[in-house]
Design a protein around this ligand. Structure first.
Ligand SMILES: N[C@@H](CCC[C@H](NC(=O)CCC(=O)O)C(=O)O)C(=O)O
Ligand SMILES: [Zn+2]
Ligand SMILES: [Zn+2]
Length: 380
């Protein structure tokens, strides 16, 4: 069994459903402190955060990941228990295998091999972990970055191990992410008897045309780097459960994934303009999960392209799709941020898995990126 596979199995056995860590970070810290990484725990509220750094010089390369996982869903639908890592058909199954304990295991073994071969490398290497990525992310990386900024500790290059790959390992890297803006809408009506509609005001009926307008709105056309902005309604609730009552209110939630063509203020203003056309009373509460970010071409993207080509033989593609990530907290510091990790086909699903060969290839690519940045580039 390889070192990466063994470590991944150890991590999957820990039931670290967000915001729990269940000792995952202890395992990582124990391995890397043996290699002269300095360990810091930056825990806030219910969230465990770990900052491990080897070296004091710049440039500082950072691997960023999360040890929390999403809930399993119905256990009886899993072919093997989600927290018992199980090998079948050349794959390892378990919650977090791809998102993102596989990436974390590959980080650690890549660093171990790299340090063994290049103990006196240039610059510094850090590993940043949080247990609050899958949750609301208020006490995770955002807080660690605050601490680093306060002491002027600057990350030059940040690689997030989120599952970026599409059809084969390394075929897609994320060089940025769309913004994410969440809305909670309450449409206010008047509760009444369905037989006396003139005495009530049905919020479902009021909202229906506005819902159509919101979902049909062309928010923008995207641009060279970003796909068009999209709005998705995630929840609608109304009604008392009775067949003969007009409900008094309706709650809806929707989320916009937005490109750099738009910003928070413009989206809010345009949403109000749409809703205001329909003459109902409403309350609207917003939460900005993250602004869009984009890493310009530079050393990190170049090194990643070279490393993927060297290990796999093919060219990778730059992309800004998918969800947002904790990279949104790192990019505003001026760091170059990219994301490279396993195939995302099974993430958050029942029977999440990672291909055993992909795990080793990923670790080899990570190691090669360190070589490109902290050996080849720094010595040229
Ligand atoms: N709940 C958090 C942020 C949620 C982040 C989440 N990201 C992913 O699912 C990554 C998937 C991928 O790699 O494409 C999301 O985009 O919703 C918050 O809102 O603070
Ligand atoms: Zn993830
Ligand atoms: Zn996830």
């Amino acid at each position: 069994m390889t070192a990466t596979l063994e470590l991944l199995q150890n991590l999957i056995r820990r039931q670290s459903v967000t915001p729990l860590d269940e000792g995952c970070q202890d395992v990582l810290a124990e391995r890397l402190t043996k290699l002269d990484f300095v360990e810091e725990r930056l825990n806030f509220a219910d969230t465990q955060n770990l900052w491990l750094r080897r070296g004091t010089q710049r440039p500082l390369f950072t691997f960023l990941g999360h040890t929390d996982v999403v809930p399993t869903g119905p256990l009886d639908k899993w072919l093997s228990p989600p927290f018992e890592p199980t090998m079948r058909d050349g794959k390892l199954y378990g919650r977090g295998a791809a998102d993102m304990k596989g990436g974390i295991a590959a980080f650690i073994t890549a660093v171990e091999r790299f340090v063994a071969k290049h103990p006196d490398h240039q610059g510094s290497i850090a590993v940043m972990m949080t247990s609050d990525e899958e949750g609301i992310a208020t006490h995770g990386v955002v807080k660690v970055i605050e601490v680093l900024e306060q002491r002027n500790e600057k990350i030059d290059w940040c690689l997030v191990g989120e599952p970026s790959s599409d059809k084969k390992l390394g075929d897609v890297i994320r060089v940025g992410r769309r913004g994410s803006l969440c809305a909670k809408l309450t449409v206010l009506g008047i509760q009444g008897h369905v037989a006396y509609p003139e005495l009530g005001d049905n919020p479902i009926h009021s909202f229906a045309p506005a819902l159509k307008a919101l979902t049909e709105e062309v928010w923008d056309h995207g641009n060279r780097c970003f796909p068009p902005t999209s709005l998705q309604v995630s929840n609608i609730n109304s009604g008392t459960g009775a067949e003969n009552i007009i409900p008094g209110s309706l709650e809806a939630q929707f989320n916009l994934r937005f490109s750099t063509e738009l910003d928070e203020a413009t989206i809010k203003q345009r949403t109000h303009a749409i809703l205001d056309q329909y003459g109902f009373n409403y309350e609207l509460h917003w939460r900005l999960s993250g602004n869009p970010f984009l890493t310009a071409s530079g050393a990190l993207i170049d090194a990643t392209h070279i490393a993927i080509k060297a290990v796999t033989g093919f060219e990778t593609k730059d992309d800004t799709g998918g969800g947002t990530s904790d990279g949104r907290f790192v990019a505003p510091t001026g760091a170059q941020v990219i994301e490279l990790g396993p195939l995302n086909e099974t993430i958050h699903k029942i029977n999440e898995c990672i291909d055993l060969n992909d795990l080793e290839v990923l670790s080899a690519i990570y190691e090669q990126i360190l070589v490109e940045l902290l050996v080849v580039r720094c010595n040229s």
